[in-house]
Design a protein around this ligand. Structure first.
Ligand SMILES: [Cu+2]
Length: 213
C-alpha cells in the first residue's frame, strides 16, 4: 500500500473526509441510533444513506461469525455501514473496537466484506497499534485485506482469507485514509488458549461461532 504524500495536509484531509461523510450521511443520524443495538438500528436508521440494500439483504448477526465446513476455519461476514453508528464508519454496527472477534491461533479465517454504502470503505487485518495512524500499514497476515484497501470499494463486496498463525491483538480496520483513526475498526484477538472462535458485540457476552450454513 502506498503512503500518503507528505505534502498533503493531514488535518485538512481528515476534515475533508469527515465533511464528505457528513454530507452523505447526516440525514440518517440521530443520537438514538448510536445507542440502539445494531439489528434495531439497521431496521430504520439507513434512510438517506444511499445504500445498495440487496447486498445485505437477509444478513443477521448469526452470519457475522460462522464455522466453515472446512476444518479449523471460520467465516466472518464484515459489513461496513451495517448501521448509522459512527457516521456509517462501523463494521457490523460497531466502531472503536467495541466488537471483538476471538480466533484460536492457527485457524483459517475467510472474510466476506460487504460495503452497501456509496462511501468507500475497505478492511485490513492489522496489528492493533496501527489504528492510531492516519493510514494503517500492511496486513499483519498474508492475504488479510480487501483489494486496494487505501482506495476502498463502494456499493460492492469483496472476499479475502488469511491464516491467523500468530497470537496477538489485532484489528479489522478500514484502510481508507483517516477512517481507522475515526473509529472504523473492530478488534481481532488471536489466542493460543482459545479452543473455539467467539464474537463479542458491545457489552453482550461472547458468543461462539454459529454452525456452518
Ligand atoms: Cu471506512
Amino acid at each position: 500500500m502506498k503512503s500518503l504524500s507528505p505534502s498533503v495536509s493531514l488535518p485538512l484531509l481528515f476534515l475533508a473526509v469527515c465533511a464528505a461523510h457528513g454530507a452523505l450521511q447526516s440525514r440518517a443520524l440521530g443520537a438514538e441510533d448510536a445507542a440502539k443495538p445494531p439489528a434495531a438500528a439497521h431496521a430504520g436508521a439507513h434512510e438517506g444513506m444511499g445504500l445498495k440494500r440487496e447486498l445485505i439483504e437477509g444478513i443477521t448477526p448469526a452470519d457475522f461469525l460462522r464455522l466453515s465446513t472446512k476444518p479449523k476455519t471460520v467465516h466472518i461476514t464484515l459489513v461496513a455501514t451495517y448501521s448509522a453508528n459512527n457516521y456509517g464508519m462501523n463494521f457490523n454496527g460497531f466502531s472503536y473496537g467495541k466488537a471483538v472477534y476471538r480466533i484460536p491461533a492457527g485457524w483459517n479465517v475467510e472474510v466476506s466484506f460487504i460495503n452497501p454504502s456509496p462511501v468507500p470503505h475497505s478492511a485490513v487485518v492489522v496489528e492493533r497499534d496501527q489504528i492510531k495512524k492516519l493510514q494503517v500499514g500492511e496486513p499483519a497476515f498474508k492475504g488479510g485485506a480487501t483489494p486496494s484497501a487505501t482506495v476502498g470499494i463502494s456499493s460492492n463486496k469483496a472476499a479475502f482469507q488469511f491464516t491467523a498463525d500468530e497470537p496477538g491483538d489485532y484489528a479489522l480496520a478500514c484502510g481508507f485514509p483517516s477512517h481507522a483513526l475515526a473509529g472504523h475498526w473492530i478488534a481481532l484477538e488471536v489466542s493460543a488458549s482459545t479452543a473455539a472462535p467467539t464474537l463479542q458485540l458491545g457489552d453482550a457476552a461472547p458468543v461462539q461461532a454459529s454452525a456452518a450454513k
